[in-house]
Design a protein around this ligand. Structure first.
Ligand SMILES: *[C@@H]1O[C@H](CO)[C@@H](O)[C@H](O)[C@H]1NC(C)=O
Ligand SMILES: *[C@@H]1O[C@H](CO)[C@@H](O)[C@H](O)[C@H]1NC(C)=O
Ligand SMILES: *[C@@H]1O[C@H](CO)[C@@H](O)[C@H](O)[C@H]1NC(C)=O
Ligand SMILES: *[C@@H]1O[C@H](CO)[C@@H](O)[C@H](O)[C@H]1NC(C)=O
Length: 386
């Protein structure tokens, strides 16, 4: 005991001296930030996308998520797996097995078009949570995944959020037990979450994610830093603004709110879009950010993949604008208006994530890049700062 107290005081003294010294120096520049060995460069792979996982260049990724499976409310919230899901799951895993460099695989549950009230019902009782948890572990082990990811879009009430905390705790405990029983590494547990810690703009009630449970039980949380503006509003806007001096709808605000809530940067993986959003302009001569529009650009449904945007710009001789305020691009031709990210803005966003000491970044989604241009730029920026 005595000697450990002595060691302790010595360390405190060292710490004091170090802090004292460094306070006299200028703050380190972002590029001095050490890249954590276990950091995350991830992407989701949408099932049914006709994009074989064997064609993914694993130099640019550490983790690939299978998107998505969902719980079946009619079968006590066990995962619903159709015949075609079985094929997709097997192909996903076999395309990523024995790759160099290797990637880890996570099975993601939920997604943007999933049934939010099914997740709310599942999370609300011990019995349904347990059935769901057991099913997710069984499926992950059966197919050979390294982890599980929850993408519940979105918890609607403060009660949903407190049930989510209980779900994370029970899930994590079940994963520890599974690891012991199976004598295998514990499955990872992660979650895709709203861009900010508190959900204000959608639904009826303000509610905040359980930061304590996220810190304690998740390997990381992945804020979805996109979908900030879209054709649901009749004004053009930026899909994934890094900064917005006029509102809280920005990545800087969102990530900041997560850190202020008590989730450490080392448990945050920032979202990046490999797609843009489109509008049909009301007047082709009024084409800035905030211009009046009359819905999504014709034939797009409101979104466009990065590779299709490059094609569109080329074929239509679109005007391309880099907006330094939001750190984003937009392009327009005739009445079509598109907000998106390109090499320069992706680089700046990854530098931002690194400068805050985040755990990494992820893309939605891996099949939307053009010859790995954005995946490569993000990966190189994260690893080497160029
Ligand atoms: C969504 O889940 C709720 C709650 O389990 C269920 O009552 C409802 O039928 C589901 N809706 C759809 C479209 O499956
Ligand atoms: C919001 O409240 C209205 C009226 O009470 C209700 O009809 C609607 O379903 C609620 N929406 C959500 C997302 O809870
Ligand atoms: C932004 O969020 C802060 C709290 O984090 C709040 O005080 C402020 O009113 C918000 N600003 C806007 C424009 O909504
Ligand atoms: C957007 O504009 C269209 C066409 O003018 C109109 O029908 C629609 O109601 C508007 N939507 C919103 C959210 O204002």
């Amino acid at each position: 005991m005595a000697s450990s107290i002595a060691v302790h005081s010595f360390i405190l003294l060292l710490l004091f001296l170090t802090m004292h010294q460094s306070s006299a120096q200028s703050t380190p520049s972002p590029s001095n930030f050490p890249t954590p060995f276990t950091s995350v460069r991830a992407a989701y792979w949408p099932s049914g996308s006709d994009f074989p996982t064997s064609s993914i260049d694993t130099n640019y990724f550490t983790h690939i998520y299978y998107a998505f499976l969902n719980p079946d409310p009619a079968d006590s919230f066990k995962l619903s797996i159709t015949q075609s899901d079985q094929t997709e799951l097997r192909n996903f895993i076999s395309g990523l097995r024995n790759r160099h460099p290797p990637v880890k695989t996570l099975l993601s549950l939920g997604g943007g078009s999933s049934n939010s009230s099914a997740f709310a019902a599942m999370a609300s009782t011990p019995h349904s949570r347990s059935a769901f948890i057991e099913s997710t572990i069984q499926v992950a082990r059966q197919y050979g995944f390294d982890g599980l990811d929850l993408d519940w879009e979105f918890p609607d009430t403060p009660r949903d959020m407190s049930n989510l905390a209980i779900l994370f705790k029970e899930w994590y405990q079940a994963l520890l037990l599974d690891s012991k029983v199976q004598r295998k590494p514990r499955l990872l547990l992660t979650a895709a979450v709203y861009y900010a810690n508190t959900i204000v703009l959608i639904g009826n009630e303000t509610r905040s994610y359980p930061a304590g449970a996220i810190r304690q039980y998740l390997d990381w949380a992945s804020p979805m830093n996109f979908d900030y503006h879209g054709a649901w509003s009749n004004f053009t806007g930026v899909n994934s603004a890094l900064f917005d001096p006029k509102s809280n709808i920005s990545t800087r605000y969102g990530i900041g709110s997560w850190i202020r809530s008590g989730v450490p940067p080392s448990k945050l993986v920032m979202g990046l879009p490999l797609y843009g959003r489109t509008w049909e302009l009301e007047d082709p001569n009024v084409h800035g950010i905030g211009a009046r529009a009359v819905g999504p650009a014709t034939g797009t449904g409101g979104t466009m993949d990065y590779n299709k945007i490059l094609e569109f710009n080329e074929e239509n001789g679109a005007t391309i604008v880099y907006d330094g305020i939001s750190v984003s691009y937009y392009s327009y031709s005739g009445t079509t208006w598109i907000t998106y990210d390109d090499v320069r803005s992706i680089k700046r966003k990854v530098q931002f994530a690194r400068s805050l000491g985040l755990h990494g970044y992820f893309f939605w989604a891996v099949n939307k890049d053009k010859d790995w241009a954005l995946s490569r730029k993000a990966s190189n920026t994260w690893r080497g700062g160029y």
